[in-house]
Design a protein around this ligand. Structure first.
Ligand code: 1PR
Length: 496
């Protein structure tokens, strides 16, 4: 859509097509940027022309730049003529779709907006030719100022940023002992059955489960290839096939993680992280998630900093992928582990900003933790190795390198059902300006209420409770709705 406009501060040297004589500018700070998630759109000119979109639907947005209306007097904007819908993110109102004759552009992603997006595409394709003909006189567009506030109050979210609270279903995928890819789940990253003769815990087939969660109304699906740090992701054709098959029937964003890094195939062929990510994007992934390599990249960046050298090299996976595909396509998955200490002096000064005293912690905790002190140390290789870097250093480091979102796990809470580690989530959320997806520990729908009410994160992710059928995604959304927290209203998404 943006190329239809005259210019963009994202690429000051390139001109747009100028179909819409207005500049694209970056969303203002003060809220998480990119604007990532589900938001509503309302008709700029209610009652005019074809009804291509339903106002009560939410659509999936992911962008850092937009055609933003002037805040002083938005209704006076000349944009009105071609603005088909408007949307709001925080204090900013922007054009979320444009239409001029048979030119129609959306700032959001209909192909990733579940049933609402498919419905929009169908309406557009089925609109009578007269409605999309370039000969439609522009005079049919009202000359009065556009409606820069939602006309239907039920479709607007009056408070907050405008985004709904996202619910993400996570599928940890790995080969079982027979070589088949299965969805697995353990606790504290141990996915083997306690009975050692039974091998890797098998909770279902990845594509079938993704379809099930999509139908239940998941806002996003995340696949983590949890053994890929051992091999080359590009040789891992079954994982690429899983993403391809899922993308054919699941029309919400797909994130794929595991093994997104520079690798060398057994025959000596070098593969860059950018190539690996590109293979996943071409298979249908919307974002890639980088784990272990992000830790190494930030460690090296901090070392360069202490030597007084330039922080960026432009060569890390985070940098190359975000330069090539945009920062919104790069998620960093963080796997922190608590380190308990007797006194704060035991924590090195560099890591003290992420030290927590049990007596002041906000999490639901065992009584025995009350007198303890801990900090959050980062791990790599699925929690196997710890590194001398803490969760704040890592979160801020990857943001500087160009990551667009953080997926925040907790080795301690993983599979515990004790609820999210709210202290950890708050530490990270306050340290960065990119969206944060909180993960690990969800045991009931109320845990999501507590998460969104007490941390302000953009999304909550769970695995075990969904896989074991203990809590459904619909149940989580209903509970959030009852507590007045906004969720994408969907009766579920229909599979084609
Ligand atoms: O290091 O770039 O190859 O990425 C590997 C990825 O695989 C990382 O994102 C890492 O978090 C993940 N991973 C590696 N080993 C495991 C494991 O479980 N053995 N899974 C693993 C991490 C955590 C979440 C889980 C939540 C929610 N799993 O994905 O889904 O904790 O669980 P819950 O709701 O049941 O509590 P790289």
């Amino acid at each position: 859509m943006q190329v239809l406009f005259s210019s963009s501060t994202e690429s000051p040297d390139a001109q747009g097509l100028g179909v819409v004589p207005y500049p694209i500018t970056r969303l203002k700070p003060g809220k998480s940027v990119p604007h990532m998630g589900w938001n509503c759109a309302w008709r700029a000119w209610p009652g005019e022309g074809e009804q291509l979109m339903r106002e009560e639907d939410d659509y999936y947005f992911v962008h850092s730049y937009a055609a933003i209306l002037p805040s002083s007097d938005p209704s006076s904007s000349t944009l009105g003529e071609v603005a088909y819908t408007l949307s709001r993110y925080g204090e900013e109102t922007f054009v979320s779709s444009v239409r001029r004759g048979n030119v129609f552009g959306t700032q959001f992603h209909p192909e990733k907006s579940g049933s609402a997006g498919l419905d929009l595409l169908r309406r557009w394709l089925e609109a009578p030719i007269s409605a999309v003909s370039t000969t439609t006189p522009l005079s049919s567009i009202p000359s009065s100022p556009c409606t820069w506030q939602p006309s239907n109050p039920s479709s607007s979210r009056k408070t907050g940023t405008g985004l709904t609270n996202r619910i993400v279903a996570c599928l940890d995928v790995r080969s079982n002992d027979a070589g088949d890819l299965v969805v697995t789940k353990g606790d504290q990253y141990d996915v083997r059955e306690k009975d050692t003769t039974r091998g890797v815990r098998n909770l279902g087939k990845p594509v079938e489960l993704a379809q099930k969660y999509y139908a239940q109304g998941a806002d996003e699906i995340c696949f983590l290839n949890i053994t890929s740090f051992r091999s080359s992701a590009l040789l891992d054709q079954p994982m690429l096939e899983v993403v391809r098959a899922a993308a054919e029937t699941v029309f919400v964003p797909l994130t794929v993680g595991g093994g997104i890094k520079d690798t060398v195939d057994p025959d000596g062929t070098k593969r860059s992280a950018l190539e690996v990510a590109g293979a996943y994007f071409r298979s249908g992934a919307d974002k890639v998630s980088i784990g272990s390599e992000a830790v190494i990249a930030v460690e090296e960046m901090l070392e360069r900093e202490t030597r007084g050298e330039s922080r960026m090299t432009g060569r890390t996976g985070i940098e190359t992928i975000s330069a090539g595909y945009g920062s919104q396509a790069v998620v960093v998955s963080i796997d922190p582990r608590r380190v308990y200490v007797e006194s704060i002096e035991e924590v090195s000064p560099a890591h003290r900003p992420c030290a927590i005293r049990g007596s002041e912690a906000t999490i639901r905790r065992a009584e025995s933790e009350k007198d303890k002190i801990w900090w959050y140390q980062c791990t790599i290789s699925g929690g196997r190795d710890t590194r001398d870097i803490d969760v704040i250093q890592l979160a801020q480091g990857v943001e500087r390198l160009g990551a667009g979102e953080i997926l925040l796990n907790s080795v301690d809470r993983d599979g515990s059902g004790l609820g999210f580690d709210l202290d950890l989530v708050n530490l990270v959320k306050k340290s960065v300006a990119i969206p944060v997806v909180a993960s690990s520990g969800a045991g009931c729908a109320g845990d999501f209420v507590e998460l969104f009410e007490r941390t302000g994160v953009e999304a909550g992710l769970a695995a075990g409770i969904f896989h074991r059928g203990e809590v459904g995604i619909g149940e989580v959304k209903a509970e959030l709705g009852r507590k007045g927290l906004s969720v994408r209203q969907s009766e579920g998404n229909n599979l084609l």
